[in-house]
Design a protein around this ligand. Structure first.
Ligand code: S3P
Length: 168
């Protein structure tokens, strides 16, 4: 059985771009939990949050994480908040190597400041919001099997590092 590679990390840590290149280089299928949620709900993430609320989003996310974690050989791009429910981590550990893309809050801020598709960061002071949201998540992110710091690295370098580490 070929394990999945599940990327976790805060918003703006580079999960989506890294997952895309990783899947391409390894010839694996790419799955994004956010994308599956949008397809399933036929609604953008910001609308799900504003119309149905965060709890509803997290419930759908939990179902989607359960389903994708039963797969084999996938690259899974996980939404930044999957670590908020322990069940998600347990489900992912079943068949996935969990890779944490670690990023400083400064790097996150500079990457997300002009983007509008993340409801949790569409606030007056996104800088403080990042620190506030990241703090309780850190210990969960750090339960990953592999941690790669993406703050000052190119996407190619991060992908190479993941491929090298998992093939050892
Ligand atoms: C969230 C991260 C987002 C998306 C939603 C909530 C979070 O995914 O799932 O906006 O709680 O960190 P990305 O990390 O892919 O931006």
């Amino acid at each position: 059985m070929e394990k999945n590679i599940a990327l976790v990390g805060f918003m703006g840590s580079g999960k989506s771009v890294v997952a895309k290149l990783l899947a391409k280089q390894l010839g694996r299928k790419l799955i994004s939990t956010d994308q599956l949620i949008v397809e399933r709900e036929r609604m953008e993430i910001t609308d799900i949050f504003s119309i149905k609320g965060e709890k509803y989003f997290r419930d759908v996310e939990e179902d989607v994480v359960f389903e994708v974690s039963q797969g084999e050989g996938l690259v899974i791009d996980c939404g930044g908040g999957v670590v908020l429910r322990e069940q998600n981590i347990n489900n992912l550990h079943y068949r996935s190597i969990i890779v944490y893309l670690k990023t400083s809050s400064e790097a996150i801020y500079s990457r997300i400041k002009d983007q509008m598709h993340r409801p949790l960061l569409n606030v007056e002071d996104p800088k403080s919001k990042i620190d506030e949201l990241i703090a309780p998540r850190l210990s969960f992110y750090e339960k990953a099997n592999l941690t790669v710091d993406t703050s000052k690295k190119t996407i190619d370098f991060v992908v190479d590092e993941i491929i090298k580490s998992i093939s050892q």
